[in-house]
Design a protein around this ligand. Sequence first.
Ligand code: ZN
Length: 392
Amino acid sequence: MERLLIKNAKIITQNLIVDGSLLALNGRVAALGVHIEADVDSEIDAKGLFLSPGFIDIHNHGRMGFDVMDASVSSLLNIAIEQIKHGVTGFLATTNTAEKGVLWRAVNVAAEFCDVDRQAERTANKPRRGAQCLGIYVEGNHISMKKRGSHPPELLRPIAQENLNTLLSAGKGNIRVMAFAPELPGSLDAIRRLRHASVVAAAAHTDATFDEAMDGINAGVTLAAHTFNSMRAMTHRDPSIIAACLLDDRVVCEAIADGTHLDPAILQLIYRLKGPDRVCLISDSVRYNGLPDGQYNRDDGRDVTVKNGVIRLGDGRLAGSSLSMNEAVRNMVRLAGIPLFHAVRMASFVPSRVIGMDAAKGSLDVGKDADMILFDEDVNVEAAFIGGKRII
Ligand SMILES: [Zn+2]
């Protein structure tokens, strides 16, 4: 039996922040209390730091020069190691628009990585070094030409049923989310097929009108990928997919809270309309996150410029973010004036529920995995634990 006690912490539960201690037994949260006395193997004095559930970043492509599209186990491991430094204990490896074969290979390697990661939990002699890869998020290819963002236009096409089946088998049950434009031919059938396979259908890079969006939602879309970004604009006579996603309670809205992709007022607006249970903070971090300012050549031959952490294509379009999840939480509090425990919920519980893992992860409730982090007033991460084991 492994027993860990963290005391003298400000514990962030789903609805409040309370001073106290947390006891983890065999990798799970066993007790929370103002004062806990127990025989333990290790005891940590948090010295007043916040103890929070680990963040779950469902939408991130890479960082520090590594990308899920490298289709390499070592890139995925490096992403996992970078992620946990920013409080992420679980993430989805997110793919990008690519040639069929390239995409399938990336999905294949990520699926393998997820499987190995799951086994690593049980092998005590091979300690974990990074965040846990909880599955795969497939973004792209089947998106609107008009709202493609930085995705290469020559590779865009509607979903073909047989390709969807091949992709799902390449993922070996690890694909948790697929993001595409619901208004394209074949998309509604794909949404129904995905629902059947327990894969979340997300609306992304879309020019859908309000009515087209409602058709998608009625067919089973439950997630809006980076809400507002690369979506048909909302105006007073054209409510667009944005109003549909903001108004419909079946939809969780992802938000990139870096202060660049969305104005702080829009962050507040999303929060007020959706509430803390239906906003999912994401990083949408890409390979260039963490690299020095400068110009870089992308895999698709296009150049991107990184300046003060903002990543753009030559024509000025944003090409992913340099955001980390702890910064997203900090920004929600500082820029958008949202209570810390709600910002934490949008970075932990909501994403865990989106991917159907909230029975085991996403909050510090008794019985759940002891995936947790300690951070200071500025949300700088001081320690991270997965299954009660300290990783950093
Ligand atoms: Zn995107």
